[in-house]
Design a protein around this ligand. Structure first.
Ligand SMILES: C[S@@+](CC[C@H](N)C(=O)[O-])C[C@H]1O[C@@H](n2cnc3c(N)ncnc32)[C@H](O)[C@@H]1O
Length: 199
């Protein structure tokens, strides 16, 4: 990991009112959007979620509020986050590159990597995407910003690439897009009408 994802990181970008990236209401709106979009695309309620780079596991309380019996599995390489939230929010120590070594389920209804993938090196992103995709038997929410996006928050990324570059990587990893950072494995593309697809 190039930087420390410690308590001061999460205090700054998640809690301090002048430096946090999203308010609690904005986070909840995003999670509602993702969960209900996945329900709609799958044609049934999402029952299991894998959150890759889960951080402090902030998605869990909102998911539980919306769906009390949902199975949530977080994975994050931050020793701080796992020590503090691992047991109560079900977060395993690990990262994108170690998913195949972790005791995870085979097919999650929803796989999330929110605010994570831009921090990976180009090689780690290229090699890690297929590992993430293999875990999904439903929708994926993969937030990736490009070199034309205006980004706030922790912007200490490496070089951001073009949208075309990321689309190529995502397609090579076996995904079809449905917009708004949402993707399906190609095996499920029959669930989408032609104009519901974004790539
Ligand atoms: C901006 S936070 C996002 C946390 C969480 N996804 C959220 O939406 O609140 C970035 C997270 O990416 C994690 N991270 C960094 N490198 C990673 C990697 N190689 N694999 C998985 N997670 C990683 C960090 O530990 C940190 O928790």
């Amino acid at each position: 990991m190039p930087r420390a994802y410690d308590k001061s990181y999460f205090d700054k970008f998640y809690r301090a009112s002048d430096t946090r990236v999203r308010s609690a209401a904005e986070v909840e709106r995003m999670i509602r959007f993702v969960l209900f979009t996945a329900d709609y695309v799958l044609g049934r309620p999402v029952r299991s979620v894998l959150d890759v780079g889960a951080g402090e596991g902030n998605w869990l309380p909102v998911l539980r509020k919306l769906r009390p019996r949902i199975h949530y599995q977080g994975v994050d390489p931050s020793a701080y986050a796992v020590r503090r939230f691992g047991a109560r929010r079900n977060i395993l120590l690990g990262g994108v590159g170690s998913l195949d070594q972790l005791p995870l389920r085979d097919g999650y209804d929803l796989v999330v990597a929110n605010g994570v993938l831009n921090y990976l090196s180009p090689d780690a992103l290229r090699d890690g995407l297929p590992q993430i995709v293999r875990r999904a038997d439903g929708m994926l929410y993969l937030e990736i910003f490009t070199d034309t996006d205006d980004i706030t928050g922790d912007t200490r990324f490496g070089q951001l690439e073009s949208a075309a570059h990321y689309r190529t990587l995502l397609k090579r990893a076996g995904l079809v897009g449905l917009g708004m950072h949402c993707y399906l494995r190609r095996a499920l593309e029959g669930r989408l009408a032609a104009l519901e697809r974004s790539m």
